[in-house]
Each structure stands twice: as structure tokens, then as C-alpha cells.
Design a binder for this molecule. Structure first.
Ligand SMILES: [Zn+2]
Length: 228
């Protein structure tokens, strides 16, 4: 290799090193906890939220200053954009705790998957929790509008069709509220399945490095129930 070539290689190496350091500090990835511990931490936070005794952790200026050096979120949450389901409040977590991806109907597409893979591969986060919620407008719209989405913009129609498998084939005799409830659960399960099939994530599930779980937030009680 020429001297010029070697210099170029050294330079690229230095850039990669600096970039990696910016992503996460060695030894602190994912706050160093397993998927099981992460899930326990979320459940404890949700219990505080439900009981009306939240701690609002990790909000102080000093803590936020520490985060300038890097982030080490212990869980990824894929949730709905709905203003009534903010993950940090629902799980009583603070700055730097959760890597949150929110999109109407908590659906999975390439950009959502890429964001989640970033947290898993570069930040060392080991738990991915997909969270649907009661009274989800996106799921309800999919139930109501699929088949005749007249007048809706193409982008919304495309999003609704992503939820089609969750709303198709539900027993017609079910009351509307129950149909919505069941579609919400099915929609979460579908997102879990889609993520579990992404090759990079599937490998890590098999190696028991990460876990992907589904849950539904009950807007009335504030409780997040895990789906089996
Ligand atoms: Zn929603």
C-alpha cells in the first residue's frame, strides 16, 4: 500500500473510532441490563404511574449533562403517535432511559426497523416493547375505512393497509368496542412478528441477546398489560 493509501486508511479508522464513541460509551451499553431486567424496570415504573406515585426520574440538569457524553437507553418502545400514550410518562422514566419510536398505529416499516436496529446494534439495548393502546384511532380507522377509504390522502391509505391483517376476519357479531380491542392486540402482535423476522433481530433473538414483547396500554386504568 502506498504511503498516501495508508494515510487514508488511518484517517478512516480514526473517523470510525470517533463516530463509534459518539454512539455509546464502552461498558455502559443499554445501561448494562438484560431484557428481563429491562422489562421488570418498565413494569415497576408503570406500577408507580398507575398508583399515582411517579418519581419522574432522570430529569435533573446534572443527569442531562451526563447524557451529553452519550445515551444508554435500556429499552426500545415502539408506540403509537397518539398524544395520550407518552411512553416516558406511562413507564415513569426520564431522559436517556427509553429509545422511543412512535408512529400512528405502531406499525413497522423500513425506517422504523432501522431505528430499532440502531438502538440494538449501536446502543446495546436488549428489550424491544411494542405498545398498542385502547381507543387507538389508527386501528379504528383501519377497521372503518379499509375497503372504502374515499377522500383520504394516499399516505394515510397506505398506513391503514399496513394494519389490514390485524382488522381482517374479526367476527362480525362482536360488539364494536370488542372488535377494536381485539384489533389493537392483533396489530401489536403483528408488529412483534414483523420485527422478529428481520434477519439482524432474528439472529439476536435466537442467541438470546434480545427480546421483543407486545403490550397494550389501557387508557382508563393506566396499566400496560403484556400480551402472551
Ligand atoms: Zn393509536
Amino acid at each position: 500500500m502506498s504511503e498516501r493509501g495508508m494515510r487514508a486508511t488511518v484517517f478512516v479508522g480514526a473517523v470510525v473510532a470517533v463516530f463509534s464513541f459518539g454512539m455509546a460509551t464502552a461498558g455502559e451499553k443499554g445501561q448494562g441490563i438484560s431484557a428481563e431486567e429491562a422489562l421488570k424496570r418498565l413494569q415497576e415504573g408503570n406500577a408507580r404511574f398507575v398508583a399515582g406515585t411517579p418519581r419522574h426520574p432522570h430529569e435533573a440538569r446534572q443527569w442531562r449533562s451526563r447524557l451529553e457524553k452519550g445515551q444508554h437507553p435500556f429499552a426500545v418502545i415502539l408506540g403509537c403517535s397518539d398524544s395520550r400514550v407518552p411512553p416516558e410518562l406511562v413507564f415513569d422514566q426520564g431522559f436517556g432511559d427509553l429509545f422511543v419510536v412512535r408512529v400512528a398505529g405502531n406499525v413497522v416499516d423500513t425506517d422504523v426497523t432501522a431505528s430499532i436496529e440502531y438502538a440494538v446494534d449501536h446502543l446495546g439495548t436488549r428489550l424491544i416493547l411494542v405498545m398498542g393502546h385502547s381507543h387507538c384511532g389508527a386501528v379504528t380507522a383501519a377497521l372503518d375505512l379499509l375497503g372504502h377509504p374515499d377522500g383520504e390522502p394516499a399516505e394515510i391509505v397506505s398506513l391503514l393497509y399496513r394494519m389490514e391483517p390485524a382488522v381482517m376476519g374479526l367476527p362480525k357479531e362482536l360488539p364494536r368496542e370488542q372488535r377494536i380491542e381485539r384489533a389493537v392486540s392483533r396489530n401489536v402482535q403483528r408488529s412483534v412478528q414483523r420485527l422478529s423476522r428481520v434477519p439482524d433481530l432474528r439472529r439476536k433473538i435466537k442467541a438470546n441477546t434480545i427480546q421483543i414483547v407486545g403490550a397494550v396500554f389501557d387508557m382508563h386504568t393506566g396499566k400496560v398489560g403484556l400480551l402472551k
